[in-house]
Each structure stands twice: as structure tokens, then as C-alpha cells.
Design a protein around this ligand. Structure first.
Ligand SMILES: [Zn+2]
Length: 209
């Protein structure tokens, strides 16, 4: 997996368990689980957070490795993709989009009374499948209950208030960005973020061409 995603998701897990990982612990986790692909690691962290009560015990690297084993059992197609990649203008053939979205770092009902809820908002990252091609089958499980429920175009993603680029790159502090933006604002941000070709595609979509 990518180191950035590892840092992001282990921090999320530690936060959920109300623990702090020091550098040595983080290194032990990294060595033990770095072979897990990004998408699988995201699912695994979601599963663990779903199973552990808030402030519960932090899973050990072995617990995560066990979840990786379960994940491979459940998603044989993702480990050995049987689908050939095709060209796609929407996702550049990746089949998925890496998106950033904002959410509360604790369940909303756990925000202390009198505190500003906006102070508990942070950016998260996830992957969503492209609606214009079948390449998502190379990345997402194709059988069972984990099949994607919804597919996205770039414009769908922006309409959700999500971003296609890392908000850290343009120093968008997590607390300075309002949770909801109107579509035009989002497109303005995207225009600044993306290269000229993507800009052209989005403008055309927006203009209904
Ligand atoms: Zn696509």
C-alpha cells in the first residue's frame, strides 16, 4: 500500500481507539502490513472500526494480517483480476477515483456540548468506481455483498462536495474548508487543481455539451 494511506488510516484507527502510535510502533505496523493493497486496507480498517467499540483495544499487526487473509478469501477476483483494462476518458483507465471527503472525526452525538461541531471535521480519503467503464472490476470485488452500490463520474464526485485532489496540496486546512460547497465553487477548485484537459472536460459537461 502507499505509505500516505497507511499513515492516514492507522491514525484514523488509533483515533477511534483513543490511542497514540509512536514512531517505533508505527514502523512495526508498517513492516507487518505494507503488502496489503490500498483498497483492501481501507476495507479492513472500516471492518475493524465497525467491530471495535470507541476507545477499544487497538488491533495488533497480527489482527490486521488476519483481516487481510479474510479479505482475500472474500475477494478472489481482486487478487487475480480477470478483467482486461480498457481505455476510458473519464478515469484514464484506472477504473476508480481517489477522492477526499470531509466527515466528523467522532460520531456526531459524541461531540461535547457547547463545542463547535465544525472543529471535529476532518478530511478522509476513499476510492469510488468509475461509471463510464468496467475497469473498476479490476479494483473492486465483483461478487458478494461488497459489490459497489454506486458508480461515479468526475462531476458526480464534485457534486457530492468531495475533491479529486489531496486538500493538503493547496494548504486547505481541514478546519478552514466549510463542509458544504456549492457546485460552482467546487468546480472552481477543481479547475485550479486539474490540468487543462480535465478542465476542458468538466466545462463541457457543465455547459451541457
Ligand atoms: Zn472509467
Amino acid at each position: 500500500m502507499t505509505y500516505d494511506l497507511f499513515i492516514e488510516l492507522t491514525a484514523k484507527l488509533a483515533r477511534w481507539c483513543n490511542k497514540n502510535l509512536n514512531d517505533t510502533q508505527r514502523e512495526i505496523y508498517w513492516e507487518a502490513i505494507k503488502k496489503i493493497p490500498d483498497k483492501a486496507f481501507e476495507d479492513i480498517i472500516d471492518t475493524l472500526i465497525g467491530e471495535i467499540p470507541p476507545s477499544g483495544k487497538l488491533p495488533k499487526p497480527d489482527d490486521i494480517s488476519l483481516q487481510w487473509f479474510y479479505w482475500r478469501q472474500a475477494h478472489p477476483d481482486s487478487v487475480t483480476p480477470e478483467y482486461k483494462q480498457t481505455w476510458c476518458n473519464e478515469c484514464d483507465g484506472d477504473g476508480i477515483f481517489s477522492v477526499w471527503y470531509q466527515d466528523y472525526i467522532v460520531p456526531k452525538n459524541q461531540i461535547p456540548p457547547g463545542k463547535d461541531p465544525d472543529k471535529f471535521i476532518s478530511w478522509y480519503r476513499m476510492f469510488v468506481p468509475c461509471s463510464k467503464c468496467q475497469n473498476w472490476k479490476r479494483q473492486f470485488p465483483t461478487k458478494g455483498p461488497c459489490r459497489p452500490k454506486r458508480f461515479y463520474t468526475r462531476l458526480d464526485i464534485l457534486s457530492m462536495g468531495w475533491r479529486l485532489t489531496d486538500p493538503c496540496f493547496d494548504n486547505k486546512n481541514k478546519l478552514q474548508t466549510p463542509l458544504k460547497k456549492d457546485l460552482n465553487q467546487l468546480v472552481d477548485i477543481a479547475v485550479n487543481d486539474m490540468d487543462a484537459e480535465l478542465l476542458r472536460i468538466e466545462k463541457e459537461v457543465l455547459n451541457g455539451k
